[in-house]
Design a protein around this ligand. Structure first.
Ligand code: ARG
Length: 578
């Protein structure tokens, strides 16, 4: 149990006894400035406000009646009614004894595990389609966004699983949109040539672009594209065969990317899987009076969300992205037994999900629905990141460049590496840096992407944190150990105590990142831990003092384990040597 939770239990018990009407919120937080204390609570101020009492007096009472655990100093009132707590070195040592025996490294298990579906990545076959309109963005763009989506979704799945939830990772491939009409048009006009595996996506993208241009400039061609789509949707064998080929070839490409990123799915179930459910979904909403017919189309209205209604069937009978999502919710609730469904997409889909969730709830969906959205990756010009020639950046190129740059850096830092080692390390470091940099900013913000920042060995980067990890490993090796010793920790110096207190906060950081669905909290924690580890290392000789050796090696080993576990929750592997 973390020190914070230990104190939290005591403080919230006091709150429940004395102020049973207050909401059960976390009352204890770490202090930002260690000079004031290690933890603080704002409980007295909230309680005073709710009951019209004097906050400082209530804070005094809290201090008197609510003793911190053994080994903590007497609490003190500060400011308008905060109470500050300070934990003594001995209590830190005891807490650390519990931590070193805990295989979960202080990460608490949830009391009510849920079955959670995380819908993430979900790229489109050949073209991106968006909220109620078809964006003319091409696949490259959707691949660049896929990166963020994948990393965020992957980390969320890891975090929630670690806390004890049952997580199903779903890839909701966009494999049934209107893009196929245009794609089929151009592909068939070219005589249905073979699609080559290694440049399948480029080829498909090219066909889509042609089809799009033709259809947009010539109404007759547009009509043809519609007819192609209609033929596909009623199951014309030749069109189905072509469509399957597009899907297969795209899937191969996605699989290669997922493999390199080490991202996996429990279920790849594209939009096409729901095709046959769509008429039933619309009928059900009509029967329940949630949807209505309007000029031949079927729409859902809710002025609280927007004036414009939510379109679920067009007047020509075609179904939409939204209809498919409604069908998918039913499937996930009924078949996957989801208690909660989390969707990870970019910010532009917020309105879609508000409508979707509202409509699903009104029609009786019991699962909790959440949209976890993120901002855009910007280039140095603060416009969406593009490749050098101005076309949308492809993820595969991004991965490639990450490796190239990591290799160049390694070549100067480690000229002694064998060619094989160099390749393995460059690959790992490139991916690690990319993953870390992408998860570091608060997901709700846009962020500017720069290679220099991402691969720097100092600053809040993957190489910096990996470097700290590698140093923990090399000390253990120097001591002749494979794993850390399991000795009681004696706190004798300030830098040592600080390190220990940060180690004890790991569970809090994981919980916070999972609860907010924001892995960047974990990045912040790991950076702090790595920094403190370097300071500890400067101030506290580990191998020289026989009396403290095992205690310090235990601290070093625990630091390594927590760094490794924290990185792995971000999907980042470690290495034993830089
Ligand atoms: N394919 C969509 C896109 O690229 C994302 C799908 C997200 N998931 C969902 N169930 N709508 O924008």
């Amino acid at each position: 149990m973390s020190l914070r939770i230990e104190l939290e239990q005591i403080v919230s018990a006091w709150a429940a006894r004395n102020f049973p009407d207050l909401p059960p919120e976390p009352w204890v937080r770490p202090c930002t400035d260690e000079r004031h204390g290690h933890f603080q609570t704002h409980l007295a101020m909230v309680a005073a406000k709710a009951t019209k009492q004097n906050p400082r007096e209530l804070a005094e009472r809290l201090c008197k009646e609510c003793f911190p655990p053994e080994g903590w100093e007497k609490p003190a009132v500060a400011g308008a009614g905060f109470v500050n707590y300070r934990v003594g070195p001995e209590a830190v040592g005891h807490a650390l004894d519990a931590l070193r025996r805990d295989p979960d490294l202080g990460i608490p298990k949830v009391t009510k595990p849920e079955t959670i579906v995380i819908d993430f990545s979900s790229p489109n076959i050949a073209k991106a389609m968006h909220v109620g309109h078809i964006r003319s963005t091409l696949l490259g763009d959707s691949l660049a966004r896929l990166l963020t989506r994948t990393l965020l979704g992957d980390s969320l799945a890891r975090l929630l699983t670690r806390l004890g939830h049952r997580v199903t990772r779903v890839n909701h491939l966009g494999d049934w949109g209107t893009q196929f009409g245009k794609l089929l048009l151009a592909y068939r006009a070219a005589g249905r040539p073979p699609i080559e595996s290694d440049r399948a996506i480029d080829q498909l993208e090219e066909f889509y672009k042609q089809g799009h241009q033709h259809a947009e400039s010539d109404p007759a061609k547009m009509e043809q594209a519609r007819a192609e789509l209609a033929a596909l949707q009623v199951g014309d064998p030749e069109r189905l065969q072509d469509w399957r080929l597009f899907c297969e070839k795209s899937a191969e490409h996605f699989r290669r990317i997922y493999e390199r990123l080490d991202v996996r799915f429990d279920s790849v179930r594209g939009e096409s899987a729901y095709h046959e459910d769509l008429p039933g979904v619309v009928q059900d909403l009509l029967d329940k009076d949630i949807a209505e017919t309007s000029q031949g189309a079927v729409v859902v209205r809710n002025p609280e969300i927007a004036e414009e209604p939510y379109l679920i069937r067009k007047s020509d009978g075609a179904f939409l992205y939204a209809t498919t999502d409604l069908a998918a919710i039913r499937y996930r609730a009924a078949e996957l037994k989801a208690d909660r469904i989390i969707y990870v997409t970019d910010a532009r889909q917020q309105l879609h999900f508000r409508w979707l969730f509202d409509t699903a709830r009104r029609s009786g969906c019991q699962a909790i629905l959440e949209h976890v959205w993120f901002g855009t990756i910007l280039g140095p010009d603060r416009k969406p990141l593009k490749s050098r020639d101005g076309t949308p950046l492809k993820l595969i190129d991004l991965l490639h460049e990450a490796r190239e740059r990591a290799r160049a850096i390694l070549q100067t830092k480690r000229p002694d590496l064998s060619p094989v080692d160099l390749e393995t390390k460059a690959d790992l470091l490139g991916i690690a840096s990319l993953k870390y940099a992408d998860q570091l900013p608060n997901r709700n913000l846009d962020y500017v992407f720069t290679w220099e920042k991402l691969l720097a060995f100092d600053g809040n980067t993957a190489p910096y944190i990996l470097n700290a990890y590698v140093r923990t490993r090399s000390i253990l090796r120097k001591a002749g150990l494979q794993k850390r010793p399991d000795a009681p920790v004696k706190i004798s110096q300030l830098e040592e105590e600080r390190l220990a207190r940060i180690l004890l906060r790991f569970g809090d950081a994981v919980e916070l990142a999972a609860a907010d669905r924001k892995p960047h909290h974990l990045c912040g924690y790991l950076y702090e831990l790595a920094g403190q580890y370097h300071r500890f290392f400067e101030a506290c000789p580990v191998l020289q003092l026989p009396a403290l050796r095992d205690s310090r090696l235990t601290l070093v080993g625990l630091t390594g384990e927590i760094l490794r576990e924290g990185l792995s929750l971000l999907g980042i592997p470690t290495l034993e040597e830089m």
